[in-house]
Design a binder for this molecule. Structure first.
Ligand SMILES: [Zn+2]
Length: 143
């Protein structure tokens, strides 16, 4: 039995979940809400590094901008992909207009951009609008 560390998207508690018990319905030990809420977790400059360092599952981050005309379509596709891909990967999003320091740190020069992180390291990135099935296939290639 291996224990996976999973950060709760609601209260930021670090859960230890036996890998065979990990499902979309697994509740948080602290706040009792489900660890996977069928929608992307919201990241900020404050919790970004904590998320990357304390999740044993890969973390995909959608760097998005509210002023990008493609954003509504991409957000809908990403949310659908989240509900299909979790719990074996955590999908999250970060608003680059609110978190400009993060956009600079990760050299985001266009939105939308997806970055796939595993064990705190960037494994891959892809820019441009994608459909839900394109997101699922891209993410699945790295899990
Ligand atoms: Zn919680």
């Amino acid at each position: 039995m291996s224990l996976l560390l999973i950060v709760c998207p609601h209260c930021n508690d670090i859960n230890r979940v036996p890998s065979e018990c990990l499902t979309q319905k697994t509740p948080c030990d602290a706040c009792k809400q489900v660890l996977f809420a069928q929608r992307p977790s919201k990241l900020t400059a404050r919790n970004f590094q904590f998320y990357l360092s304390n999740n044993d599952i890969p973390v995909v981050v959608h760097f998005w901008s509210p002023s990008c005309g493609f954003n509504p379509a991409m957000e809908a596709a990403y949310t659908l992909a989240t509900s299909r891909l979790e719990p074996w990967v955590r999908l999250a999003r970060l608003n680059v207009e609110q978190e400009k320091t993060m956009a600079v740190r990760y050299k985001i020069d266009s939105t939308p951009t997806l970055i796939f992180f595993k064990s705190d390291r960037e494994i891959a990135r892809k820019s441009g609008v994608m459909t839900a099935s394109e997101i699922m296939s891209w993410v699945s290639g790295y899990i």
